[in-house]
Design a protein around this ligand. Structure first.
Ligand code: NAD
Length: 411
């Protein structure tokens, strides 16, 4: 058995040993099916690249229904401790318990670990059915702020004592005229929260040689929140990456050269142009609500939610939780039927984050090959002409075989 070692975060950098212990949450509903498939693909990719010199030592941690059955708690404190200790984790989807005092286990995990960046890469794989004509033009990475905006949960119910008190204060202090039966919500967008998210997007773009970062906002209407996000973004790029980025308005005749172009787009225009001129966008930095809509809309352009990987990351403390972005699809639970690609690709993102990029690339090529052969799960098979429908576990077999068939055989 391989030794069990721990990922360390020191001086702002991850140090990943050859046999890191990595915690995983299997997830509810279809979670066990997709976890079995995805972990097999991840392990196989690592084995093919390093023949045992590197491996992941998986360590199960509990959350959701399984945690409740075994411990009486939906999110046992040890789960958070393990994630803190190991820095990196991966999870399947979790049921949100109704009326248990928290809005969602996912939101709680993000808040407890202050995972401020929700990172969603969106690209098309050849052969995957898409509702748009030129899906190959989509290759974007969305950085969505995860802790602020209308998601902060600062809401007061219409007609409540609190809502009426706040309304009275706003009337008196600012002269704001708000209807008496209005619900009220607060939308915090801080400079601190915006800058750390935008810094992550800029750092990603600069270090990966990406073309541009687009700040997506509704600053034309919400000047002091969304407009400020835009302004803080341009200011940060000028301050932190003066040689490696260039703002759209500072662009000379020679174009950006090898610098990352910083631009911005009003959210509604962005939605149009992401469809009509997808290749003009690359890295996206945006706030929580815009980011929620944008991530799922872009995922739909390249084949839907069963395909979209994601991660929630705190770059300053080195915490990262990779996850399937779809839900628990309860009607398919235990049927070995659904598409495990979202969790497989989240695993590839995790390997990339660990610096094990060869294995990440190998997984992507394995998936490319499975899609090109049209050997796919039911959700894609029903939209593909001449497809062979396979189960979730069989799909993992196909990806593993495709990875092993690669001629180079090693990293
Ligand atoms: P869902 O994602 O579970 O299902 C939406 C649709 O997509 C369904 O038709 C489902 O069958 C299909 N689908 C989902 N994943 C698929 C896959 N991998 N392959 C093929 N088809 C797939 O969303 P929902 O029905 O709104 O939510 C069900 C439960 O999941 C709720 O309890 C919700 O709280 C939870 N949820 C969890 C997460 C998460 O953990 N990140 C995200 C969303 C919803």
């Amino acid at each position: 058995m391989n030794p069990r070692e721990t990922v360390v975060f020191e001086n702002g950098r991850l140090a990943v040993p050859d046999h890191p212990a990595i915690p995983y949450i299997e997830g509810d509903g279809i979670g066990p099916d997709i976890w079995k498939a995805a972990s097999r693909v991840i392990d196989r990719a690592v084995e093919l690249c390093w023949q045992g010199e590197r491996s992941i030592v998986w360590e199960e941690i509990l959350a959701g229904e399984k945690a409740f059955e075994e411990t009486g708690q939906w999110l046992p404190p040890e789960t958070l401790e393990d994630l803190r200790k190991h820095r990196i984790g991966i999870k399947g989807p979790l049921t949100t318990p109704v009326g248990e005092g928290f809005r969602s286990l996912n939101v709680t995990l993000r808040q407890k670990l202050d995972l401020y960046a929700c990172v969603r890469p969106v690209r098309w794989f050849q052969g995957v059915p898409s509702p748009v004509r030129e899906p190959w033009k989509v290759d974007m990475v969305v950085f969505r702020e995860n802790t602020e905006d209308v998601y902060a949960g600062l809401e007061l119910e219409a007609g409540s004592e609190e809502a009426l008190a706040l309304r009275a204060f706003l009337q008196e202090r600012f002269g704001w005229d708000i209807r008496e039966d209005a619900a009220l919500g607060v939308k915090p967008i801080s400079r601190t929260g915006s800058r750390r998210l935008i810094r992550a997007a800029l750092e990603f773009a600069v270090s990966r040689g990406r073309k541009s970062v687009t700040l997506v906002h509704k600053g034309n209407i919400q000047k002091f929140t969304e407009g400020a996000f835009r302004n803080w973004g341009y200011a940060l790029a000028r301050e932190a990456y003066p040689d490696k980025t260039v703002a759209w308005e500072d662009l000379g005749e020679n174009g950006p050269g090898d610098r990352v172009l910083i631009k911005d787009a009003i959210a509604d225009i962005f939605f149009q142009q992401a469809l009509t001129r997808s290749d003009e966008f690359d890295v996206i930095a945006t706030m929580n609500l815009n980011g929620d809509y944008i991530s799922d809309a872009l995922a739909a352009q390249v084949g839907g939610i069963g395909m979209a990987p994601g991660a929630n990351i705190n770059y300053e403390q080195g915490f990262a939780l990779f996850e399937a972005t779809h839900g628990t699809a309860p009607k398919y639970a235990g049927q070995d039927k659904v598409n495990p690609s979202s969790l497989i690709l989240s695993g590839a993102m995790m390997l990339e984050h660990m610096g094990w990029s060869e294995a990440a690339r190998r997984i992507e090529r394995g998936l490319e090959s499975a899609f090109a052969r049209k050997t796919v799960t039911y959700d894609l098979a029903r939209l593909m002409e001449g497809a062979r429908e396979v189960s979730c576990s069989r799909f993992a077999d196909v990806v593993c075989s495709a990875m092993a068939e690669e001629p180079d055989g090693a990293a």
